[in-house]
Design a protein around this ligand. Structure first.
Ligand SMILES: Cc1ncc(COP(=O)(O)O)c(C=O)c1O
Length: 438
């Protein structure tokens, strides 16, 4: 059996179930392609990140990086769990507002926030703005001048000069990065001085993010140590006390048997130990530690259900087996050569009989979900479930070829709730206007 599937994931009929709901019934009721989240798994994962902080009696926040999957319903789950959220655009912020998410628990990120987005954030009363560059400081000053009654808490994002062992497409912590203030050239110090001079701004913390899909603790230990070093320098030079050290996200997950991630608890323990040790050495007050997991909260909890369609056999080569979705609902294989595992909904234990190229339905030769996918015997109409698709799948979905985006369902306690409707053809032309020549 696929080692990501446990016996408890099968129901009495031997079908894969998600949140206690039969995947064949989900496909029948909501159609395919369909994205399904196991909500209990999301809640458990948040708690796993919290456990060590609580055990060690460290002040902390777990801020869900909602770029991984943003929707009204996921923000409502985060609110139920009393989590914080990160947003990176006016659109994510508007979605959180629509969800009724408390703005005080929102952090607003981004390397090119617009004046309108910063106005929106200040007017909404967003809890923290993670300031990324000097242009943003100027814009923020302008917004605060126009809103004299407002004040904002900010964290300063630095580039820590640490390259995590990760896919280079998504590494962001190295010096040559579009994100954050550089340390060695003095830009980060200059940013602090400028921000401290603005009365309506309260600098609460220092932030760094070193990359994504990280499998070892060294990068996080390095960033924790670096943040404490910066905090100590700023305490001595500018009499500035940081209340928060934010080590970002990037905790790796298992997509395939090639991936060997460590547990959330082990990441947090390594971070807490290093912050405590460095704070002790630098004789500073212990700050709160914030983390920003995205992928690791929603990735493993997400599944994509596809219906198998056409098959093309080519003598001497791998056959192409096509499904009714592809790069429009999951761009990651085409973009990053990302790997996933699949199981048959009706029999996740079915023996593997062949390797195939698992193709999407989009008019692009590169629309291959997997160029080497082990599959059991399949036939058109079978429901194939791709595992661990909950992060950066729907979030990056497109209408390429004018294919409607799939529906999203939350499953929990044996109940399925539609949380994003499937797009209709009418939705696809909703913004289109006629062009008639006289
Ligand atoms: C600043 C910041 N925080 C958190 C995250 C979340 O990363 P992940 O989804 O890998 O945990 C990202 C992702 O790029 C990020 O840029």
């Amino acid at each position: 059996m696929n080692d990501q599937i446990k016996a408890s994931d099968l129901n009495a009929a031997g079908h894969l179930q998600i949140g206690g709901v039969d995947t064949l019934e989900l496909a029948q009721q909501f159609g395919t392609p369909l994205i399904v989240y196991d909500v209990a798994q999301i809640r458990q994962q948040i708690q796993r990140f919290r456990d060590v902080f609580q055990e060690e009696q460290v002040q902390y926040e777990v801020s869900y990086a909602s770029k991984a999957f943003s929707s009204v319903a996921i923000y409502q789950v985060m609110n139920q769990e009393h989590a914080h959220i990160d947003v990176v655009s006016g659109g994510e912020l508007a979605t959180a507002q629509k969800a009724g998410f408390p703005m005080a628990r929102v952090s607003f990120h981004g390397n090119n926030k617009s004046l309108a987005e910063l106005e929106m954030a200040v007017e909404a009363g967003v809890g923290t703005i993670i300031v990324d560059n000097f242009h943003e400081i100027d814009l923020l000053k302008q917004v605060l001048n126009d809103h004299p009654a407002s004040h904002v808490d900010v964290q300063i994002r630095i580039t820590p000069g640490i390259a995590a062992h990760t896919n280079s497409y998504i590494a962001t912590g190295q010096v040559d990065s579009k994100f954050g203030f550089d340390l060695d050239s003095g830009q980060a110090d200059e940013a602090l001085k400028q921000l401290l001079a603005i009365p309506a701004i309260h600098v609460t913390g220092i932030h760094a993010h070193i990359g994504s899909q990280i499998f070892d603790v060294q990068g996080f230990e390095g960033v924790a140590k670096k943040l404490v070093q910066v905090a100590a320098d700023w305490q001595r030079q500018y009499d500035f006390t940081t209340h928060i050290l934010n080590v970002g996200g990037g905790f790796g997950i298992k997509y395939s048997s090639e991936d060997h991630p460590i547990h959330p608890e082990d990441f947090v323990r390594a971070i807490v130990d290093m912050v405590k040790k460095s704070i002790h050495e630098q004789k500073l007050e212990m700050p709160a530690i914030w983390i920003e997991p995205g992928r690791s909260i929603v990735g493993p909890a997400g599944y994509t259900l596809y219906t198998i369609g056409s098959r093309k056999n080519i003598p001497g080569l791998l056959p192409y087996v096509s499904v009714d979705g592809g790069m429009g609902d999951n761009i990651r294989p085409a973009l990053y050569d990302a790997k996933y595992e699949t199981v048959l909904a009706k029999d996740p234990q079915a023996p593997i009989v062949e390797n195939v190229r698992l193709a999407g339905k989009y008019c692009e030769s590169g629309d291959i979900l997997s160029d080497h996918q082990p599959l059991p015997r399949t036939q058109p109409g079978d429901i194939l479930v791709m595992l661990d698709t909950g992060a950066y799948g729907y979030a990056m979905a497109s209408n390429y070829n004018r294919n409607p985006r799939p529906a999203v369902v939350f499953a929990e306690n044996g109940q399925a709730h539609l949380v994003i409707k499937r797009e209709s053809y009418a939705d696809l032309t909703y913004l289109d206007l006629d062009y008639q020549q006289d």
